[in-house]
Design a protein around this ligand. Structure first.
Ligand code: SF4
Ligand code: SF4
Length: 204
C-alpha cells in the first residue's frame, strides 16, 4: 500500500492534503425551494454517478496513456490505491519510540465501542503508569466507526489505512492481540495529523 505525501496533490482529491480544511457542519439546514422539490436533487445525484460511471468505463475500453489518467479505478493488485487520510481502515494501537504502547488502559474506547469489539485488562508498571496488560480487538465485530479513535485522550488508537487481511477463514484469527495491533507512530503520522485537524474543529 502506498503512503501519501500530504504536501503533494492527492490523486483522488486533486489538492495537497495538508491544505484541506474540514467543512463546518450545517446544523440548521434551511432547504431552498429547489431542494425541497426533492426530485431535481435526486436527478442531479444520478447525473454525477452516471458521469463517474461513464468515465471509468471509458477508461477501461480506451486504456489511458501515461500516468495522467482521469479514471478513479486502479488495476489492483498491480496498482495500489493511495488512500486519503480520512479513510478508516483497521484500528491500530500506537507505539512510542521506545516500543511501549501509548495506551494507558483508561477503558474509554472499550466503553464507547458500539460493537463491543474491544476488551482491555489494565495493569500498572513499576512507576505507577497504567498500561494494557491485554488489549483484544475483535475485528469480526468492528464496524469501522472510529469512535475509539475519537474518544481516546492519548492518540493511542487510530484508524489506519490497512484494508488487507480483514477476511480470514477462522473467526478466531480475527481476534487481534495488542502485539498484532501495535504500529509505530511514524507509520500512522498522516492519520494522527488528520484527526488533530478534524477533532479540533468546533462542531461539538
Ligand atoms: S472502530 Fe468502532 S466498532 Fe471498531 S473498535 Fe473502534 S469503536 Fe469499536
Ligand atoms: S486506546 Fe485510548 S481510549 Fe482506549 S484504553 Fe487506551 S488510552 Fe484509553
Amino acid at each position: 500500500m502506498k503512503d501519501f505525501d500530504p504536501t503533494k496533490n492527492h490523486p483522488m482529491v486533486g489538492v495537497p492534503l495538508d491544505k484541506l480544511k474540514p467543512k463546518p457542519v450545517r446544523k440548521k439546514l434551511d432547504l431552498t425551494l429547489w431542494e425541497k422539490l426533492y426530485v431535481p436533487e435526486v436527478l442531479r445525484g444520478l447525473g454525477i454517478t452516471t458521469k463517474h460511471f461513464a468515465s471509468n468505463m471509458l477508461g477501461f475500453v480506451v486504456p489511458p496513456k501515461g500516468k495522467k489518467r482521469k479514471v478513479f479505478t486502479v488495476y489492483y493488485p498491480e496498482e495500489q490505491v493511495v488512500l486519503p487520510p480520512a479513510y478508516r481502515g483497521r484500528p491500530v494501537l500506537v507505539m512510542r519510540p521506545d516500543g511501549t504502547e501509548k495506551c494507558v488502559a483508561c477503558g474509554l474506547c472499550e466503553k464507547i465501542c458500539p460493537a463491543h469489539a474491544i476488551s482491555i485488562v489494565g495493569a500498572e508498571r513499576g512507576d505507577a503508569e497504567r498500561y494494557p496488560e491485554s488489549y483484544i480487538l475483535d475485528m469480526s465485530r468492528c464496524v469501522f466507526c472510529g469512535y475509539c479513535e475519537e474518544v481516546c485522550p492519548k492518540e493511542a488508537i487510530v484508524m489506519s489505512s490497512e484494508y488487507q487481511g480483514l477476511a480470514e477463514k477462522e473467526r478466531s484469527q480475527l481476534l487481534y492481540s495488542k502485539e498484532r495491533l501495535l504500529r509505530s507512530e511514524e507509520s500512522v503520522r498522516g492519520r494522527i495529523e488528520y484527526i488533530r485537524r478534524i477533532y479540533s474543529k468546533c462542531n461539538y
